[in-house]
Design a binder for this molecule. Sequence first.
Ligand SMILES: *Cc1c(COP(=O)(O)O)cnc(C)c1O
Length: 468
Amino acid sequence: MGTVTFTSTDTPVTAPGTAPASSTAGGPGLPQERRLVTAIPGPRSQERFERRGRHVAAGVGTTLPVFVESAGGGVLVDVDGNSLIDLGSGIAVVGVGNAAPHVVDRVVEQVRAFTHTCFMVTPYDVYVDVCEQLGELTPGDHDKRSALFNSGAEAVENAVKVARSYTGRSAVAVVDHAYHGRTNLTMAMTAKSMPYKHGFGPFANEVYRVPTSYPFREPTAISGEQAADRAIDVLEKQVGATDLACLVIEPILGEGGFVVPADGFLPRLREWTAAHGVVLVADEIQTGFCRTGDWFACDHEGVVPDLITTAKGIAGGLPLSAVTGRAEIMDSVHNGGLGGTYGGNPVACAAALGAIATMREDNLCGRAREIGELVGGRLRGIAERHPCIGDVRGRGAMMAVEVVDEDGRSPHPVRAAAVSAYCHSQGVVTLTCGTYGNVLRFLPPLVISDALLGEGFDVVAEAFDATA
Ligand SMILES: *Cc1c(COP(=O)(O)O)cnc(C)c1O
């Protein structure tokens, strides 16, 4: 498509006496509409994609090759003027929306005041404010401490450091289908080889993988408690509880396929770890901050982990992560043992305070539950017409479908990819995941309108029809 036609909404509107609105201004003020003015990707995105190939390492992947110019609410606007419905939130990051007003205000204020001192050199309030908020919001009313980092993987690594230091033990347990990051230790903790681990070994040792609860793929139906006992048996026999520093687990698997364990699985693991002095680390990097309809996914069954790792949704798009946990565990590490040059950067902390204020004021936990009902209803409707959907699952605004073959069970990643590609071509950003690559996951911003969400799922439904 050679010509690019812009609709009237692309013309910047300048009110008298105000600074000219930038054509790239994002945030919730952007027209909340799906608008296709070129094929996807358009010519300008294609040009940029070629340039990307000349300068950016090939190992860095791309889900959808449109270059973004602005974003806000439930849309991403690309350099060709297309407005896409966002059902991915940059992988569960911009739950509060892109360029969310409180985030932008706090960031601008902070960036004008100072950008960095290194908290370990000279501290500042916003870091402590974020830790105070984390202590309040995370499960359990015990005394807590937090430490801040830059990425999810870094938070997971630090949770393991803390657990080892506190227990004096070295073994780390993780579950099948887990995803914990891309650094050396977290690659070892992540289950899936391609693309995360392939060719990158050797990996860190003393990491042990145990079965999880995956209701759709159990050979025979078992309860959450039975699934937990199956994992515990492996831990007791093959690792030894007294050698185990921690069990690190996502309360709902993220990259591994949005697998919700059977009820009773997490509480049973909580009981067993507590009885054996094993630190239970909930990796809530993807599930946290209202995504599942609670502040944290552990809240759903009243599970209180010893440590919790957070990142993604914490700061409205700025890089920040945290380990929060029991004061006696966190404070067991020698002074100077935790930290990093940028960990808890003031601009990222200010963004987190703006994001958390938005979640509280706009009751985004409640909104996530509404989104879950709307999306769940739409997906179950599509599943009735398309037997290739073997399972509809998730919680709150973290929903997914597992795409299978005619036998109702074998993973069908090709169909899942085709559905996703169709959505992309129609201006809807969707993501896939799962060990078998056959899960379509939906992670809309929690501030998306019902109208836009409805239109997004009209396109998802069309995509299943078109690829049948
Ligand atoms: C994304 C993710 C990570 C890694 O976070 P990064 O910021 O990409 O390092 C770890 N755990 C879970 C559950 C995640 O979803």
